[in-house]
Design a binder for this molecule. Structure first.
Ligand SMILES: [Zn+2]
Length: 70
């Protein structure tokens, strides 16, 4: 399974690196830590699997923190 940077975007979500088909949503998402989520994608056309990671920026505030600061 390949891990890829979150750059291959299409209008549907991501583009399969194997067949170029649009992949709409991750099959599973895992919380690695509070600010790091790992998405596992599977192309419905060719079954190619790949992972992406999403990181929240260090200055990220949750909606609860924003409301509490007002
Ligand atoms: Zn594919």
């Amino acid at each position: 399974m390949a891990t890829t940077a979150f750059t291959a975007r299409s209008v549907y979500g991501l583009t399969c690196e194997q067949c170029g088909d649009g992949v709409i949503a991750p099959e599973t998402s895992k919380y690695v830590s509070e600010r790091h989520v790992r998405h596992l994608w599977r192309c419905t056309d060719c079954s190619y699997q790949f992972e992406t990671s999403a990181y929240l920026p260090p200055d990220f505030k949750s909606i609860n923190e924003v409301i509490a600061s007002q």
